[in-house]
Design a protein around this ligand. Sequence first.
Ligand SMILES: [Cu+2]
Length: 335
Amino acid sequence: KTGKQVFMGLAGMFIIESPEEKALNLPSGNYELPLVIQDKRLDTNGAVMYSPTLEEVMIGYMGETITVNGANAPVQNVTTRTYRLRIVNGSNGRIYSLALSNGNSFMVIGSDGGLLPAPETVTSLLLAPGERADLLVDFSKAALNSDVYLQSNSFSGVSSQGSQIFKIMKFTVNKAETDTFKMPTSLNSFTSLSAASASKTRTFDIGVMMDMGSGGHGGSMAMKGMHTINGKVFNSDRIDESVTLNSTEIWEFDNTKGDEPHPMHLHGTFFQVISRTGGRGNILPHEKGLKDTVLVMPGEKVRIIVKFEHTGKFVFHCHNLEHEDDGMMLNFEVK
Ligand SMILES: [Cu+2]
């Protein structure tokens, strides 16, 4: 039921700060904006409606009304300074190619697990459900009294979405102020895990649909289990992967045979993305930090490296919530 709960509004964010981050003097207070982006489908009374069809279980349930922190088409007044936008994609299935309507570049300074090693300059950023982006936008590059939209550009690689450009929120630059912000050259240091330190590689095939016409699941298309990992659907009583505490492993998510995007998400740990082959073909700027969700587009194979430092039973799953609810989730135990 995760899909319904999140679509109805159960999404938010924690912001965790550290003395090291405070020392960087990043934009804060009025200049730091937490933004939870969700798409909604509304019925004729304006109430949020969640009733995915079989097709929508396949591609993810999407809505036509884009909201930020629960508001549709919000307007934020800004001054001619650098703002920190802390973005969560809280959507069930929608991917955003975040960009500014004036085409200006912006900086990515962080992702799911904190700050990147150094700021990265981009003109767009593909953010899948569950992923976070920590951005710096310099509104002094826009004219006073002009409007700049955060929008989603079109993108390729998926047939079920990405063909439209649409606006997410409006910034009105309504006041001139002197920007005191100085961009740090380095933001964060964490130990880069080397592939040579991995004791094991596990491969997860996420690109094959269950053949509903035959096999153990019977013929009913309404049954769970069209989306699988290594041919399996979630079973809460089964440990799928046993991991040794403090070991470092490479996990490979293989979507080369698939035709849907899968943002793969691990609980209980952060990871580093070490390679992407096929599709977009490389590690993207916002993937250079610690991550817990990585988008694996159709045709792609993405390798992550993880050091498992906490004992317990955890899940990993596709963060497309219709896929997750359909069973695209497995258990791993660290001990
Ligand atoms: Cu998926």
